[in-house]
Design a protein around this ligand. Structure first.
Ligand code: UFG
Length: 347
């Protein structure tokens, strides 16, 4: 099924943030398709153990460089040595709450990091890049589902940095007409690789729903706080478009093939098109794990939107990509990962 968009052309792909949650799952799919990859990661929010797990799953040990994407000299050196045909850019900071406390770090890593990466790509004539953006760039919905033409008005610092990085990339593309930029706006990435060997491993208490639910199920945390049950949604709790990380990873393969086909900047929503509430996710996870998920209803979390989901039809039409995995597979794989690795990658 996935070979429909991929037609067999092997590429040399440099993956920034390749040891992170979405990056590592994308590396598995790149290696499975026979691409050559080079991971650049600062490991500031990722474990070196991920590389062993990648090797276990794919039987390939990828080239890895412990480099911060803002380090111009080191990025130039890696590029000059590896000479990638394409880059997938995941490296970045991603906690919405933290972004308003340390905004300068977020602008530095997410925006300046992108500038340095493009300079290094330019130095070796690399012209194709797929960028890890977020549905958070849309801000408060004017209509739902969000399509790619929805105005962008992010309402938090993290969202501003993603939107600015998108602008940096599209301005660079315009100045380099032969180049190709693909911006992927992710909805809510969840789930884990079917092997249960790689998954999401947040540092400290998880900010996001699914890792928190998984840690309650495995006994690492006592109970979940459901942030608000008085929203104007079917059961009063927040509704999101949860996308399985393997489907999301496969979208990057489609995006790479698209980038290789022509020049320009193109933007795609990567979601399923369906929304699920917090309570629906708790019940689905309880079923998958056979564990009770203790929760209490807490006040709304500041900045949360009641409901949003994607119109993913452009990705289907242009990339030939659509999500294949549903809520049951999301919960089963998350449980496989969390129950086999109750403390994540830490021993
Ligand atoms: N929620 C809880 N309790 C928790 C955590 C979350 O009830 O402990 C609720 C939230 O209120 C929301 C839903 O679960 O209704 C999903 O929350 P997440 O934190 O998992 O995800 P968000 O939709 O808030 O944020 C995600 C990504 C961001 C991204 C954003 C926009 O984590 O990086 O989507 O697409 F910016």
């Amino acid at each position: 099924m996935r070979s429909i968009w991929y037609m067999g052309e092997k590429m040399r792909v440099l993956v920034t943030g390749g040891a992170g949650y979405i990056g590592s799952h994308t590396c598995v799919e790149l290696l499975a398709e026979g691409h050559d990859i080079c991971i650049v990661d600062s490991f500031c929010n990722a474990s070196p153990e991920v590389i062993n797990r990648l090797e276990e799953i794919t039987a390939v040990r990828p080239e890895v460089h412990r480099v911060d994407v803002r380090d111009r000299a080191k990025m130039m050196a890696v590029m000059a040595r590896y000479k990638p045909e394409a880059v997938i850019h995941f490296a970045g900071l991603k906690a919405v709450g933290e972004s308003s406390q340390i905004p300068l770090n977020y602008y530095d890593v997410n925006v300046q990091g992108t500038v340095v990466l493009l300079e290094a790509m330019q130095a070796v004539g690399c012209q194709h890049i797929v960028f890890s953006s977020s549905a958070t760039v849309y801000g408060t919905p004017h209509y739902l589902p969000y399509d790619e033409a929805h105005p962008c008005a992010p309402s938090n610092v993290y969202g501003h940095t993603k939107h600015m990085a998108e602008q940096v990339l599209s301005d660079w593309q315009r100045a380099n007409p032969e180049s190709a930029v693909v911006l992927l706006r992710y909805f809510n990435p969840v789930g884990a690789h079917s092997s249960g060997r790689i998954g999401e491993d947040p540092e400290g208490p998880p900010n996001n729903l699914m890792p928190f639910v998984a840690q309650v199920a495995v006994g690492q945390r006592e109970r979940l706080a459901v942030f608000g049950d008085d929203y104007d949604t079917p059961d009063g709790t927040g509704v999101r478009d949860y996308i399985h990380v393997t489907d999301l990873a496969l979208a990057h393969l489609g995006a790479l093939a698209h980038a290789k086909k022509g020049s320009g900047t193109d933007t795609f929503n990567i979601g399923t098109g369906a929304g699920y509430s917090v309570l629906e996710m708790i019940h689905a996870f309880s079923k998958a794990s056979g564990r009770e998920i203790a929760y209490t209803v807490a006040p709304r979390r500041e900045g949360d939107l009641p409901s949003y989901y994607a119109d993913p039809s452009k990705a289907r039409a242009v990339l030939g990509w659509a999500a294949q995995r549903g809520i049951a597979e999301i919960c089963d794989s998350t449980w496989a990962w969390q129950s086999q690795n109750p403390t994540g990658y830490k021993p």
